[in-house]
Each structure stands twice: as C-alpha cells, then as structure tokens.
Design a protein around this ligand. Sequence first.
Ligand code: TYD
Length: 132
Amino acid sequence: MIPKVLEFKARGDARGSLVALEGASIVPFGIKRVYYIYGTKPGVERGFHAHKNLQQMAVAVTGSCEMVFDDGRDQASVYLDRPTLGVLIEPGVWHFIRNFSEDCVLMVLANEIYDESDYIRVYKDFIRWKYY
Ligand code: TYD
C-alpha cells in the first residue's frame, strides 16, 4: 500500500512562513473537526485503530513522528517531519503513530465530528470487517 502524501505551499517571506489549508481543495474533504496531539511521552505509540468512514489528514506542524499504515496485507510508514507535509488517513486502514519527537505537535483534520462507533479498535476485528 502507498499512503497518499500531500506537499503544501508555504508562503514565506522575510517574516517567516505560513501554510493555509482549505477544505475540499487542498484538503480532499470538507473539514468538520481539528484535533492535535502533543506532549507525547518518550517511547509512546498511539492510535492502533481504523475508521469505517472517517477521512483524515495529519500534519506534524512542529517536530516529527512516524505514521504507520496497515491494510491487513502490508504496512507502510510515512515520516511527518515538516509543516508542509500532510498524509491522508483513509477509512479502512489500520494506523498507529510512533517515534514522536518531544516537541511534536501532530494536527489532524477530519471530515466528521468525533464518533466512537466509527472506530475499530481491535486488530482482529479490523481484519474481519475488511476481508470477511
Ligand atoms: P484516543 O482515541 O485514545 O487517541 P489515539 O487515537 O491517539 O490513541 O483518544 C484519546 C481520548 O480523546 C479518548 O477519550 C477519546 C477522546 N477524543 C475526543 O473526545 N475527540 C476526538 O476528536 C478524539 C480524536 C479523541
């Protein structure tokens, strides 16, 4: 599997840089929710779930982390290491995040509000849901 990555245009000038993300054009869905993960303790890995329908895009706005994807057949990972790089977290893909730098702020844009019933949190259930 090949995760879909997006490179954003940074509007830089003598003052510094600015990235603007707009729903439906740069981000390939309408944005209904934004959340961010920060202050992650050393060695922590988190995520370990798949979504049935939710579309998301993750950006490490500060620091870096590794996003690992697993479609039940193979795994692929993407290092998010700059604020101009986004990766899509597609529905039906198991994913987890590791190797957080201490300063990492991982921002996630989502097309729906939080809904626990959209989560599959047990890997065996994910395989069953996806393939059987
Ligand atoms: P959790 O699903 O454990 O995060 P991760 O996927 O990184 O392991 O989420 C932590 C808590 O935050 C959990 O109680 C659910 C809650 N939460 C919300 O209330 N809204 C949200 O948008 C998200 C992503 C999580």
